[in-house]
Design a protein around this ligand. Structure first.
Ligand code: PLP
Length: 347
């Protein structure tokens, strides 16, 4: 049975074109900067994001950690969203490995951090205080609904950063989804940021890899830290070859995933017992709750769906997050709506 997998966009598999490019990739030892495919990928990433330089890293988590460690010294503080991936889902790496203290600020429902909350979190000069060095935004903001943060908002946060002598890092794991949804270039969206991490291995379908971009000196330091963290890779052009296709082709088709998420949401909205978050979806993620009348919980529904070849990831006892990606086609959308109708009617 062909599985329909809505657990995440990280479940995407390399496209046939990627597999072919991977098999034929020209490679070299990337720690010596000898891998021509990685070099091309890094140049393209820097160019597309409008920054001086880029570095290929094994994961988004490592990309964020390296960025934090370049911007902050041990004992410094970084302002992060309380619902951010960096704060919640990166195993505390910023403190455990970077010695960096998070200052968690409330995420608004639209994924933003209120400017007054950021301002109130910046430490004053005092021998007792850590030094605030960095503001981190997440775009799209995953837990708040896969919501894209606008260029205008990012500019306003950057202004706060500049005025207070801080840097701005964007965890842009899904920055191309944000740019697609807002219909702006990714360059414009990240223009005021000092560094950006984005993932090739989510909706862009590469099997592995993320990019970190910034100034030439920032990336030189990042290269040193990547080695320190064990992320220096050798003939990794086999992966960069997939990454090039992610950037050249897969970035252009994310609108399809957003359109299917909308279609799916329209169908699910008609299913008795499902309550979608207001405004969901903004990009490729749908968040929804089970109404009180539904007898089954999210785990039990997940089990029943699995029997029909549908994989779901409960996000709490009565909550789901569904994520569309290139392997979720129109047929999958229809099948999912039907399956929810049936499973909830039987419950
Ligand atoms: C917003 C966000 N940032 C960072 C990451 C980390 O990426 P990785 O799984 O490649 O470490 C993820 C992963 O899902 C994410 O959703």
């Amino acid at each position: 049975m062909d599985l329909i997998d809505l657990r995440s966009d990280t479940v995407t598999q390399p496209t046939p074109e990627m597999r072919e490019a991977m098999a034929e990739a020209e490679v070299g030892d990337d720690v010596y900067r000898d891998d021509p495919t990685v070099n091309r990928l890094e140049e393209l990433a820097a160019d597309m994001l409008g920054k001086d330089a880029a570095i290929f890293v094994p994961s988004g988590t490592m990309g964020n950690l390296i960025a934090l460690m370049v911007h902050c010294q041990r004992g410094d503080e970084a302002i992060v969203g309380e619902k951010s991936h960096i704060y919640l889902n990166e195993a505390g790496g910023m403190s455990a490995l970077g010695g960096i203290q998070p200052c968690a600020v409330r995420n608004q429902n639209d994924g933003t951090l209120a400017l007054q909350d950021i301002l109130a979190s910046i430490r004053t000069e005092d021998v007792h205080h850590p030094i605030t060095r960095l503001i981190c935004l997440e775009n799209t903001q995953n837990i708040c609904g896969g919501i894209p943060l606008t260029a205008d908002y990012t500019n306003r946060v950057a202004e706060v950063a500049r005025t207070n002598n801080l840097s701005l890092h964007i965890d842009g794991a899904r920055i191309f989804n944000a740019a697609t949804a807002l219909n702006v270039s990714v360059k414009e969206l990240v223009a005021p940021a000092d560094s950006v991490m984005f993932c090739l291995s989510k909706g862009l379908a590469s099997p592995i890899g993320s990019m970190l971009v910034g100034t030439t000196s920032f990336i030189a330091r990042a290269r040193h830290l990547r080695k320190m963290l064990g992320g220096g890779m050798r003939q990794v052009g086999v992966l960069a070859a997939a990454g090039l296709i992610s950037l050249e082709k897969m970035t252009k088709r994310l609108g399809e995933d957003h359109a299917r998420a909308k279609k799916l949401a329209e169908g699910l909205n008609q299913v008795e017992g499902l309550i979608l978050d207001p405004g969901s979806p903004s990009t490729n993620m749908i968040y929804m709750n089970l109404s009180d009348e539904v007898r089954l919980d999210a785990n039990q529904i997940t089990e029943r769906m699995k029997k029909q070849g549908i994989l779901l990831d409960p996000d709490g006892v009565r909550r789901f997050r569904l994520v569309t990606h290139y392997r979720v086609d129109d047929h999958a959308v229809e099948k999912l709506i039907q399956a929810f109708n049936q499973v909830l009617a039987d419950s």
